[in-house]
Design a protein around this ligand. Structure first.
Ligand SMILES: Cc1cc2nc3c(=O)[nH]c(=O)nc-3n(C[C@H](O)[C@H](O)[C@H](O)COP(=O)(O)O)c2cc1C
Length: 366
């Protein structure tokens, strides 16, 4: 082929070899992907400002000046401030009772310690702002926002030579963020792990690419093979943003019980459920998601209240390693995650398969 199909607007913008972004909560995975020629964004929405600063230093000491990103959640719908106790007091008794019934039915154990969620940036604006200030102070090369538009931080970030990426599930959100001047848009489809909208990856990537102009578009949702990467580039994206792909990698800190479930799972083992956070979220099916899908279940609460309600179940299941109860965000591409490889190998296999795909197509055309 005359040109390298993996050299794109995104790889040029970030100065990386391969236009593949790993979203991960695991620092080891992030460092492996960065050092293998990809890019990584570390999800830090659950961390305190001090922990975020420490994680940034940890990554910097291992990537020899290569760029990386940090992802927060900045939902405009979050309450301005408020302690956990204040937020908890807004949960109706009917919902507490339903959660109690699930706990009893499945013998869900109590969490062993304080619930992690209580530092989630989506709980209130004050916490999210304190997290964001660390990224600005540290001049993290890329800030990404998984929930909520990051447009308000553009001036502060650009004046520090930082890039800002927004994640969208609808073309109209993309249009607004592009007009505001974000540096790249992640167009995320329904297939994706975690919080996601209702438009399929094939449609949203093509729609957003069509209106993007010079802004690089990054495809997300269901990308777990090199053929997906090649397809994303054909749809007009300049790269891919991937989450599920890394969960069962050797370096990943996901519990081995969950890794085994992921390796065995197919697209049908995930569900698009509001029961965990109050917003549509794709996760592995578990008793909590299944019970909230029954006719007896009350209407789910808005974020962040549903998240507070589900937190005890999730952490109780995790703390006691109850495989029958545990869940994890996972996308519909999970069926292609079938063996435990190093993050470096995952990246290199993805790239090789994408190049083979392009070469195959060119061969067919010739
Ligand atoms: C375990 C897990 C946790 C996630 N948590 C977040 C998060 O905190 N913030 C965010 O912006 N995206 C989060 N995501 C979504 C990813 O950023 C990404 O958009 C998604 O994984 C892409 O779809 P894929 O999993 O099919 O590759 C998470 C994904 C996974 C797998």
């Amino acid at each position: 082929m005359p040109q390298d199909p993996l050299r794109t607007k995104l790889s040029d913008l970030l100065g990386i070899e391969y236009p593949v972004i790993a979203f991960t909560h695991c620092k080891d995975v992030a460092v492996e992907v960065i050092n293998a020629g990809g890019f990584a964004v570390l999800g830090e929405a659950m961390h305190t400002p001090d922990d975020i600063a420490a994680d940034i230093a940890w990554i910097r000491s291992r990537v020899a000046g290569k760029p990386f990103g940090i992802d927060l959640v900045l939902p405009a719908s979050a309450p301005p401030s408020g302690s956990i106790d204040q937020l908890q007091s807004n949960i109706p008794d009917s919902h507490r009772e339903f959660a109690r019934q699930i706990k009893e039915k499945y013998d869900v154990p109590d969490p062993k310690g304080p619930v992690d969620l209580h530092t989630w940036g989506g709980l209130n604006q004050e916490l999210a702002r304190a997290q964001l200030d660390v990224l600005l102070d540290e001049r993290v090369p890329v800030i990404a926002s998984g929930l909520g538009s990051p447009a308000f931080v553009l001036d502060a970030a650009h004046s520090r030579d930082m890039l800002v990426f927004g994640l969208v599930g609808k073309a109209r959100q993309a249009r607004r963020q592009i007009e505001a001047g974000v540096d790249a848009i992640i167009a995320q489809g329904y297939d994706a792990a975690g919080h996601t909208g209702s438009i399929g990856t094939f449609s949203i990537v093509a729609e957003v690419s069509a209106i993007a102009g010079d802004t690089p578009i990054i495809a997300a949702g269901g990308v777990t093979t090199g053929r997906h990467l090649a397809a994303a580039l054909c749809l007009g994206a300049s790269g891919v943003w991937t989450g599920t792909l890394w969960l069962a990698s050797r370096e990943s800190d996901v519990d081995m019980i969950v890794k085994e479930r992921l390796l065995a799972a197919t697209s049908d083992d995930t569900t698009h459920s509001t029961s965990i956070s109050g917003m549509t979220m794709r996760v592995l099916k578990c008793p909590w998601t299944e019970e909230w899908a029954t006719p007896e279940a009350p209407d789910v609460l808005q974020a962040p209240y549903q998240m507070l309600l589900s937190a005890d179940y999730i952490q109780g299941a995790n703390d006691h390693r109850r495989g029958d109860l545990m869940t994890e965000a996972a996308g519909q591409g999970v069926g292609f995650v079938t063996s435990m490889k190093s993050a470096r190998q995952i990246l290199l296999d993805l790239v090789e398969e994408a190049i083979d795909t392009f070469e195959g197509l060119v061969g067919e055309l010739a």
